[in-house]
Design a protein around this ligand. Structure first.
Ligand SMILES: Nc1nc2c(c(=O)[nH]1)N[C@H]1C(S)=C(S)[C@@H](COP(=O)(O)O)O[C@H]1N2
Ligand SMILES: [Mo]
Length: 203
């Protein structure tokens, strides 16, 4: 066998191994982008869309769509993991980091509850959405985020199972206590770390 072919094979093998290391236990990789929604896709007119930070904060912070789009944005490429066992590698998003939205916010809150149009919510410790861990994304692969995937904007917290990434997000509430969100009250794990397979309460 010519050396070039062996080298090529070895490289391919390493790539497969590297990819396997990126996929948590119990997950499979899919090229698809399934849609998982507990209810119908809400259609909030963009003219009255706002993103709000409320709760344990001196003054509510609120952005209109135009104000939100004018904020400094980031393009990030991350792997996402759904509790129904599909993972999707190298997904690219554009959005505003929670660090930017929370910049200068002095709060006694230890938790956040993200809230969405259509009555969805998800909860996380505040520390898990700070320091480059969470974004409010409005583009997927450089295109406006499709309504079924959460457009105009969704939360993106790729270190947790994807149910934490609330679609159609409209804001976050800063809370002193940990208030379970939509799926968390239906028996899913409160924290949802895919690397620890925290799928259901008690895992
Ligand atoms: N508002 C809202 N956000 C949601 C959901 C939902 O039903 N409603 N489903 C969650 C779940 S379980 C997953 S896996 C992802 C799916 O996102 P996708 O439909 O873009 O793949 O959104 C999460 N965010
Ligand atoms: Mo999910």
């Amino acid at each position: 066998m010519p050396p070039i072919s062996r080298g090529f094979r070895r490289r391919r093998g390493n790539e497969a191994e590297a990819e396997a290391e990126r996929v948590p236990q119990g997950q499979y990789v899919t090229p698809d982008f399934p849609v998982l929604s507990a209810g119908p896709t809400p259609h909030q007119p963009i003219e009255s869309w706002t993103f709000e930070i409320r709760g344990e904060i001196d003054e509510v912070r609120s952005w209109t769509w135009a104000e939100f789009k004018a904020l400094p944005s980031e393009r990030i490429t991350v792997d996402i993991h759904c509790v129904t066992k599909w993972s999707k590698l190298d997904t690219s998003w554009t959005g505003v980091s929670l660090d930017t939205l929370l910049d200068g916010v002095d709060t006694s809150a230890a938790y956040v509850l993200a809230f969405s149009d259509g009555d969805y919510s998800s909860n996380l410790p505040l520390a898990d959405v700070r320091d480059g861990k969470a974004w409010v994304a409005y583009e997927y692969e450089d295109e406006p985020l499709a309504p079924e995937h959460g457009g105009p904007a969704r939360l993106l917290v790729p270190r947790h199972y994807f149910w934490k990434s609330a679609k159609w997000v409209r804001g976050i509430e800063l809370r002193p206590d940990d208030q379970p969100g939509f799926w968390e009250t239906y028996g899913y794990h409160n924290y949802g770390d895919p690397w620890k397979e925290q799928r259901y309460a008690g895992d």
